[in-house]
Design a binder for this molecule. Structure first.
Ligand code: NAD
Length: 482
């Protein structure tokens, strides 16, 4: 019998009227389980539970919050191989990537266990005699979280850990395609000792569960990661609602990797292959624009093509796989649509882009490299969210920087060069939230801010100590002591 997974509401496992199957993208015959597809009524119950739990949790001893997060971290770390397997089976990234992501979730929980103890304020001298000023940070209340499918455990962890550390209560809805990882994380957090109602998980559709969270008057803040279109609509609803909701959006990218003539070719090829194609290119930080100066262009394309030919595309759980399948049939159609579009726009499909058959039926796509691209093509401007990269040939560093910044996005940006002058200038002038020198645009540390500019992010940064900007609210208290 197929395993059944219920929502968590008010500390209880609550069955939903509808269930949705969770399918393995490496093998569509493999049904991982049936997961609750919640309703607006489930969201109402979850928000009521979170609201009831807030007064006690927001005033709880930081040691208690630390201990719960630390226990959860310890369990995630102890079970990282199993959690990585759960993740890779439902999302399709390789097992090594899945285990790496589970490890990151454990590290994030441990980091914010410590942050629960470090929340501090300021005492400031007043300009008025006898008056004292205290600036403190308080929890916000009930926070709604809506997460995407491409980081099924890390993104829920990097939202939940700070929210809980600082005393908020939560209703979270993971993406429909990957509920198992979020379910496992919530199960671990509950068993680590969270009081009833502090964390509620309602799985299901964005248009039903997500919308009900956004529309609920007792949800005071929304943290969303996903596409720009959904993010824009969510932000508009948050501002239109009463009371207005605080909102944080992490969205797409069209991240440039600049390769200069003086780059170490081996490093540049590794950065491009990793940044553009690992995790099947399904990363908001993927290097989908490879901006290459004339002197190295042909050597770079030849070496990258050779590297791509050695990448094994196969079942995510199989040893030796470098690139797992695309997440589902719909995303595969989008990827193939962009490959057809690139050709029709005059870009040259230099290598790859073929659908592949493997032992089991799955959504396998060979990574695709386009050359002869311009930065004006839709292929170079719109996020594909698949293993597809465009090479844009430029004259020199100045043109490379201008092309890199000519985008509606601004999440991550990279340069491969041995010139200190160009590396320094690029770091200062790249219009992105994260800049990488001789490193892939994807792959970040967990204890520093994560986020971007322009269409990539809206609101305060996530992760590291900066997460407190979103998950707490500042109070300025004036006291006249006589
Ligand atoms: P998506 O926007 O389709 O869905 C994201 C989440 O929003 C899902 O849980 C979905 O169910 C929910 N949703 C959809 N419609 C909704 C509605 N009307 N109301 C409320 N919720 C709704 O995005 P996706 O396809 O799951 O994820 C891919 C996108 O996420 C890409 O654009 C990628 O770049 C982005 N992403 C960004 C970051 C980042 O930190 N910047 C990280 C990972 C992914």
């Amino acid at each position: 019998m197929t395993a059944q997974f219920s929502n968590f509401i008010a500390g209880e496992s609550v069955r939903a009227a509808r269930m949705l199957p969770n399918i393995n993208p490496s093998n569509t015959h493999d049904v991982i389980g049936e997961f609750a597809s919640g309703s607006a009524a489930d969201v109402n119950n979850a928000v009521a539970a979170a609201k009831a739990a807030f007064p006690a949790w927001s005033r709880s001893n930081p040691q208690e919050r630390h201990d719960i997060l630390k226990r959860a971290s310890d369990e995630v770390m102890a079970r990282k191989d199993e959690l990585g397997r759960i993740l890779s089976r439902e999302e399709g990234k390789t097992l090594a990537e899945g285990i790496g992501e589970a490890t990151r979730a454990g590290q994030i929980l441990a980091f914010f266990a410590g942050e629960a103890l470090r929340l501090n304020g300021e005492v400031v001298n007043s300009i008025r005699p006898g008056v004292g000023i205290e600036v403190t940070r308080e929890a916000l209340g009930v926070i709604g979280m809506i997460t995407p499918w491409n980081f099924p455990i890390a993104i829920p962890a990097w939202k939940l850990a700070p929210a809980l550390a600082y005393g908020n209560t939560v209703v979270i809805k993971p993406a429909e395609l990957v509920p198992h990882s979020a379910w496992a994380l919530c199960d671990i957090l509950h068993r680590a000792g969270l009081p009833r109602g502090v964390l509620n998980l309602v799985m299901g559709k964005g248009s039903v569960v997500g919308q009900a969270i956004i529309d609920h008057g007792d949800v005071l803040a929304i943290s969303f990661t996903g596409s720009v279109g959904t993010g824009r609509r969510i932000a508009a609803s948050c501002v239109a609602s009463t009371p207005m909701k605080k909102v944080q959006l992490e969205m797409g990218g069209k991240n440039p990797l600049v390769v200069l003539d003086d780059a170490d070719l081996r490093i540049a090829v590794e950065c491009a292959a990793n940044g553009a194609f690992f995790s099947t290119g399904q990363r908001c930080t993927a290097s989908s624009r490879l901006i290459v100066t004339e002197g190295i262009h042909d050597r770079f394309v030849a070496a990258l093509t050779e590297r791509m030919q050695a990448l094994v595309v196969d079942d995510a759980l199989k040893a030796g796989t470098h690139i797992g399948p695309v997440v589902d049939a719909k995303q595969l159609e989008v990827d193939e649509g962009y490959i057809a579009l690139g050709r029709s726009e005059g870009a040259k499909l230099h290598w790859g882009g073929e659908r592949l058959n493997r032992e089991n039926p799955g959504f396998y796509l060979q990574p695709a490299l386009f050359t002869e691209c311009t930065n004006q093509m839709r292929l170079s401007r719109e996020e594909v969210f698949g293993p597809v990269a465009s090479v844009i040939r430029v004259k020199d560093y100045e043109e490379a920087l201008a092309v890199a910044n000519d985008t509606d996005f601004g999440l991550s940006s990279g340069i491969c060069t041995t010139s200190l002058k160009h590396a320094t200038h690029y770091r200062r002038n790249s219009e992105a939230g994260m800049v990488m020198v001789n490193l892939p645009t994807a792959g970040v540390d967990y204890h520093v801010p994560f986020g971007g500019r322009k269409g990539s992010s809206y609101g305060p940064r996530e992760q590291g100590a900066y997460a407190r900007e979103f998950y707490t609210t500042v109070k300025t208290a004036y006291t006249f002591a006589g």
